[in-house]
Each structure stands twice: as structure tokens, then as C-alpha cells.
Write a protein that binds this ligand. Sequence first.
Ligand SMILES: Nc1ncnc2c1ncn2[C@@H]1O[C@H](COP(=O)(O)OP(=O)(O)OP(=O)(O)O)[C@@H](O)[C@H]1O
Ligand SMILES: [Mg+2]
Length: 426
Amino acid sequence: MEAASLPVTDKVALVGDGGPPSKRSGNQLERSQDAALAALGAVSSYLDSDEDIPSFFARLSATVAKQTRARRAAFWRLGPRGTLALQPAPWGFAGDSPVYAVRLQLGARGESVIERLVFGDDLELVKGTCPELDAIWHESGLPDVKNSVAVPWRAGERRIGAVVVYDSRHGFSARDIWVLRLFGMAAGLLWQYKESEDELGHTASRLEEAMVARRHLLNNIAAGGDEARRRFASALHDDSLQLLTAAELQLERCRTDSNGSHQTVQLDQLRHTLRKVEDSLRRLLTNVSPEPLQLPSDLRGAISERLESLRIRAGIEPYIDTRLPAGVPPAIQAIVLKNIAEALNNVEKHARATKVVVDAQVVDGGIRVEVGDDGTGFVVAESVRMPGHIGLVAMRERAQLAGGWCRIVSEPGNGTRIEFWVPMSL
Ligand SMILES: Nc1ncnc2c1ncn2[C@@H]1O[C@H](COP(=O)(O)OP(=O)(O)OP(=O)(O)O)[C@@H](O)[C@H]1O
Ligand SMILES: [Mg+2]
């Protein structure tokens, strides 16, 4: 008998140095190896399957019981308030067993035993059982527990709870405790894996929320310029122009009242000036009124149109190569068009170029655009920091906000190349 061959009292910690018992027969070695394989096998089979956690622990508890020749086995998990409660599902307990309601408080009665069990790992094995532990089960409404041993359930230095086996026919041995430790560590590994999986799930959902927020932001930014112009135009129209009209009407009444006096000439001049002010404000209104966001059904058409007007206005010869699909999301179209428009404005304003090339293709699930000119070129590091000049910075920000990138390649005398990529989906 294995238990009979052990010393009557054996400090569990003495055999807990990570290795199997030193005095072992070939048979014992074989069983230890079986146990190690069973523990690792149980964890790796969980990683490979879609098994839920309670089924996994039911299976693991059954394997632990078998390997230690126990009638019952359970994992007890430490809760946030220092309470040990049963991890579903234990092995060998009847469905109506009081064990399910047991809560062992670290700080309450029996504190030293539970604390030593979870944190100390040094319960005494006496005649095939841990008497201190048995006393706890008896006090907790499990008087039929004959013997029990336990070890911490841990992941590295972190304590997750305890693994307990109950009721071995011949009592538990030091080897059983060694086996139990193996299972405690295997279950710890599994727990760490599960926690990382949960954390990954949370991170993924936080990422998804951030993506939704980014999409909103991007759509707002795409429409943002128009919105600012709309507000300015309506303020101009509804406030300034209406006040001006009221002033003109008052002036008209004054003029009628003046009835040919010497003031009439001055009032006529004033009326003339006010009309000029009104005309200029109306012209301003026409300029700032938001164009409806012209998103052509055909991006290529829109790009060609811009290039054609550049050719007519500045005599710069355009070359265009675009292969873009239909159905690009409007916010992405807006970014592509705004960036190309800014790059072409810069060519017209600064480059003194003779030709400009626009190349737009679908690359890596996004749209990659290159606008190149053969003009003067410039020192990029200086120009992107010029106060009040925001075209290049805004291009880069638009692309990055959409999850893409923007590169500006230029040097004096060597023309300029603007490249950007934006993902096709937001
Ligand atoms: N294609 C280009 N060729 C030569 N110089 C350029 C070109 N593009 C930009 N630059 C230089 O980079 C500077 C910054 O360009 P950016 O578009 O940021 O500002 P901007 O065009 O001057 O003003 P805005 O804010 O109206 O766009 C320009 O003033 C110009 O000196
Ligand atoms: Mg510019």
C-alpha cells in the first residue's frame, strides 16, 4: 500500500519543491508521469476546443480525482472579498450537496488554515489526511468527509484558489499532493489563458467603440468645412444683410423727409455707399455659401475636372492614371478629393511646374494617391511648420484620421511628390 509506506506525519511543503517524491519505485515514477501528462493534456485539450469553463473544470476535477484515487475533487476559487467558493463544476458531489453553498472566508474562523492553504502551501499530512482541513469541511456542513488534502491553485505567484481532493480509500500520500500541485499549476495556466482571452475580448470591443467614434469624427470632419461655411453664410445673411437693409430703409425715409434740402445730395451719396457695401456682402455670401458636398458618382471624373481647370488656368499639362472602383464610401471620397485639390492648389500657387501627374489606385484594401509635379520643390521640414499655412498639415491629418498615411517628398529644384493612402472602409 502506498499510503502505508509513507511516514505517518509528512509536511506537505517538504515534498513541494517542484519535483516528484525522491523515494519512488518504477511504478510510482510511471504514475507520476501519467499524472503530469494528464494535467498537461487536460489544459491543452481545452485550448484546442470550444469547451466552456464549467465543463472543463468538471473534466479536470474528474481527472484529478482519478490521478489521486480520490472519490471527490473540487477547485475552490478566491473571490474579490477574500472568500473561497466552489468553481463549477466539482467532481463526485451529489447535486444537493451542501458543498455548493459553502463559503470559506480568509479572514474569518479557521483563517489560519485557509490562508495557509491558499498562500502558504504547508498543511500537515497526518495519517493520509490534513486534519485541519477535514475540520473545516465538518464545520461547513460536510460531516461525511473522511480525509482531504489540498494545494494552492496558482498562476505564477498569483493565487487563484485551491485544489482539494476528498475521500481516498487508503488515505492520501505525499505523491498525491505532488500530483495535485501539478494540476493546480496546470489549472493556473489555463486561468491565465482565459483571463488574457477575456482581456483581448474587452480590448477588441473597446477598439470597436473607438473605431465607431473615429468614424463619426471623420464624417464630421469631412462635412466640417461645409458646416463652418454654412454657419458663416447664414450669420451674414440673417444678421448683417438684414441690418443693412433696415439701415437703407431708414435712409430712404430720411431722404424723403429731407425733401430737396441740401442734405438730399449727401443722403444720396450715403445711399450709394450702402448699396456698394450690400453688393460686396452679397458677393461674399455667394463665395462662402457651402457648395453642396459634390461627391461625384465617379471619382475619376472629379479628378479629371480639377486637372483640366488647372491646365486651362495655369497651363500645366496634366497626366492622370486612376483605377478606382465604384462604391467608395462618401467620407473617403471627400478625403481623397480634398487632398488632391489641396495638392493641385499648391502646384498652381507655388510650384511653377510644367506638368503634374495624378495617379490613384486601389492598394492594400485602400486608395493610394500620388500627385507629382516637376516644379521648384521645397524644403519639407520648413514648410510644414509655416504659421498660418495649413494645407500640407491638413492633408496629413485627414489621411491619418481615416487610418491611413501621407508622405511629402520634395527638395528644392527637384519637384514635389505627395503620396497618401486611406483605407477603403471606415
Ligand atoms: N507643390 C509644391 N511646390 C512647391 N512648393 C510647395 C508645394 N506645395 C507646398 N509648397 C510649399 O509648402 C508651403 C506650405 O504649403 P501649405 O499647403 O501647407 O500652405 P500654403 O499653400 O502656403 O497655404 P494654405 O494654408 O492655403 O494651403 C507652401 O507655402 C510652399 O512654400
Ligand atoms: Mg496649400
